[in-house]
Design a protein around this ligand. Structure first.
Ligand code: PD2
Ligand code: ZN
Length: 290
């Protein structure tokens, strides 16, 4: 009898090790699954493998992989333990926070001079702003968004680099995960109707948009001008709005901690009534972008 029990135990161990070492991703070919399993058993980090899959256009397979290994997408981490953050020889007061949607507002994020420099380098670049077509992934102009925008490469010039590195430090989030900075200009009547910044991955256009860099996990807006009347950033689900103020910045999360899109992150820029609104937008991706 002793002998039989031992034999049974051995078979069980064998079965157990087979099921835990062989992972099968439903979105991948056998070849890619073999590649995954070889790397996993060689100890390569799951997040590294996820990045490689992204780079090869297998973004659709990443969710299942991360879920199977219970790995969360990295979110920006803002130190909220004090009412200010000291970096770059400046004190950045945290003046407002909310949990749902996750929002943080910073005062004194940029100086008057820094705002002026950003506006100056955007002036000759402005073009009519576009939005993405959810079905095709193509960009087009629309009355949903009546502002002008200037698009920059990452670290395109000194002042863009200053803003990008400050954002990265405050969010504890890699500079490389940011899309190129966009500076928006709204004249009187200019607005940006309610929208989400995350991509709708149930549509072909959204799938296309996340091929490089993955989902837009968060948005960081820096107000570059005071606006006399109108021009607030509004969150209809929270029924609240952030009024523009030169040098102030607004962070909000577009996805929840479980990595699903956050429906409460719906937001708009209400029409400017008097004055001109300038804002710098930084969209932050799940993975290095571009
Ligand atoms: O300019 C704004 O306040 C605003 C509002 C909503 C900007 C954006 N969205 C954006 O750039 O995504
Ligand atoms: Zn937006």
């Amino acid at each position: 009898t002793k002998c039989i029990v031992l034999k049974k135990a051995k078979i069980l161990t064998l079965r157990f090790s087979m099921t835990t070492t062989s992972y099968l991703n439903p979105h991948l070919t056998q070849e890619w699954n073999d590649w995954l399993n070889t790397n996993i058993s060689n100890g390569v980090e799951i997040t590294t493998l996820a990045k490689t899959l992204e780079q090869h256009g297998y973004h659709i397979a990443v969710g299942d992989l991360l879920k199977n290994y219970q790995i969360d997408i990295k979110h920006p981490q803002i130190d909220l333990s004090k009412n200010f953050i000291d970096i770059d020889n400046r004190r950045i007061p945290i003046i407002f926070t909310a949990q749902a949607p996750k929002v943080v507002v910073f005062d004194n994020f940029l100086s008057h001079e820094e705002c002026q420099q950003l506006i100056a380098c955007a002036e000759d670049k402005f073009q009519t702003a576009t939005v993405v077509n959810a079905q095709t992934g193509e960009y087009f102009t629309t009355t949903e968004r009546t502002n002008m925008n200037a698009v920059f490469q990452r670290q395109e010039n000194a002042i863009v680099s200053v803003l990008e590195s400050r954002i990265a430090k405050v969010l504890n989030f890699p500079i490389d995960n940011g899309e190129g900075l966009q500076i928006l200009r709204y004249h009187s009547g200019g607005e940006y109707k309610p929208h989400f910044d995350f991509f709708d991955t149930t549509k072909a256009g959204g799938q296309k948009a996340i091929e490089i860099g993955g989902q837009r996990v968060a948005t960081f807006l820096t107000y570059l001008s005071d606006v006399e009347s109108g021009g607030a950033t509004r969150f209809p689900s929270a029924n609240c709005e952030i009024r523009p103020k030169e040098g102030m910045a607004l962070y909000f999360s577009n996805i929840l901690l479980n990595n699903n899109p956050d429906p409460l992150s719906l937001h708009s820029s209400v029409p400017v009534i008097t004055g001109t609104k300038y804002i710098a937008t930084k969209w932050l991706r799940q993975y290095p972008y571009g």
